[in-house]
Design a protein around this ligand. Sequence first.
Ligand code: ATP
Length: 319
Amino acid sequence: MLEVSQLTRCYGQFKAVDDVSFSIDKGEIIGLLGHNGAGKTTIMKMLSGFLEPDHGSINVDGLDLIADPKSVQRLLGYLPENLPVYPELTVIDYLDYAADLKGISLNEKAAEVQRAITATDLTSKLTSAVATLSRGFKQRVGVAQAILGQPKFLILDEPTNGLDPEQTEHMRQLIRELAQQATVILSTHIMQEVDALCSRVLILRTGQLAIDARLDDLQRTNHLLVDSSMSAENLKSLTKLEGIGNIDYLGFESSTNIHRYRVTLDSSAGNGIGAKLARSIVEQGYELMRLQPEQSDLETLFREVNQQSDQATEVSHAA
Ligand code: ATP
């Protein structure tokens, strides 16, 4: 369990992170999102013990990071935005050095380094100097050092940055596997990545936490998408059902005889509204091919969150 409370950090007079609190349970994959400069990296640096907060606390499995950084850092794996590495070191020497820094014992070290190499598919580059690696391979070295010692908490700043599509998929699969034993917090600008990996998102705006929500809840809309053989002129019967607001006709596909609709639910719609709608269509003798909640796409949602925050800021300035 990671508990972050009232985290605040300034650079000079500038408040980069402002009173941020959240907690994360074991096994979750959390996406930390926000525009450039929103404060993601500053939070990640504080979570990893690289940067001290001006105010607030970070607690990992009951241990206070600020009071006992060494014990907490043993539980953490951190992939920073820019990997601090001696460029002349070979990959294998660097990982060996990183294992020492993490305090991995001598009898475990060889197996641990090998596990990280296999997981990140680095075998072909072991004797190459880190400076000579492509961006994608450097990223893999960064991930390999982060997962050494099988950390309970993994903090990944843009983990697929610079990877080709195949490696991106490989990395996502690796993150899913790691998340079975660890809690993962990752920062990314790639919304498909959030969709593919995260169960919950934290959206930062100018240093403050604007949204902390499960992805399902965020993406849920008050619309159902319906494909049916019921034609537009017969829709009236459905609008009489309690909980159904408007029904928009989206079109007809003649090859399959399917009419498509978007049904807007109103505030009286309960959990059983989908079943009620399906029953009504079928009982009237029509076929029902699809009935599913419409989901917001994450990019639109992200834009809306930032616009809402902009409006809130304008209102509070005007007040
Ligand atoms: P990006 O998506 O661009 O990586 P971010 O959300 O990670 O951005 P941070 O790097 O945490 O944002 O930066 C938050 C704010 O703090 C920015 O306005 C940045 O310019 C500022 N900042 C970060 N590091 C420093 C520093 N060392 N000195 C002064 N200001 C800094």
